[in-house]
Design a protein. Sequence first.
Length: 255
Amino acid sequence: MISKVIDVGVCKLHVAEIGEGPPLICSHSLFCDGTMFQEFAIFLASKFRIIVVDSRAHGQSEIPRGSFSIEDVAKDLLYVLDELGIEKSSFLGVSMGGMASMRAALIAPERVSSLILIDTEADTPPFKNWFERWLLTIGAPIFGVQAMAVEMMMRRMFCSSFRNRDVATIKKWRQKMAALKVDALVKSVQAVNRRPSLLGKLHEISVPTLLIYGSEDYYTPVSSGERIKSLIKGATLKVLSETGHLSVVERPEEV
């Protein structure tokens, strides 16, 4: 992949590109970074120009000084396209990235040619998700249980069969999540936890939309995808069996 840095004003974002063809901009999940698309991008590089963005406060991107919202993450994606001279692109988002991609389609519908929404949610967060994210990012450092929090995160992010099957990948993501900075975690979790619902606006999205969900996703169950499908005209839903929250990591070839 070819890497570059794009300054969005409040921080600098790390962006990576691979492939040629119609553009596809990819936005990752909370607690992750653009490397989650590594295998997926290789599969599609012969057909698409894959653009992978490390969201603000994630991966190799900078942590902005102030707080931010999911709408800010969406605007970052559009700004990256501006800097790359791309007028219109398909958007692929996982979890938090899907939340941002839907918002991009509402902010600038003329810039979005299609949506691929993976393991994401359009409503405000359920209390269990809100509380667990708070516990993992704020409560864990206070009570000195960061290692326990990371293990909980791994069980929530990946299904049990994948954790047993691909020990090397689990080890890599465990290390990445354990290394996350508290400041970055707090600001990112606040953005996800404070997001407003989009359910009343999804009917405004008219581009082709594909929804992909893992059958064993803890944070965003298949019912979340079914609800989005019912509100976006013509949307289709694909369910991956024995797959957790990070479908694009567990089954990149099927996504």
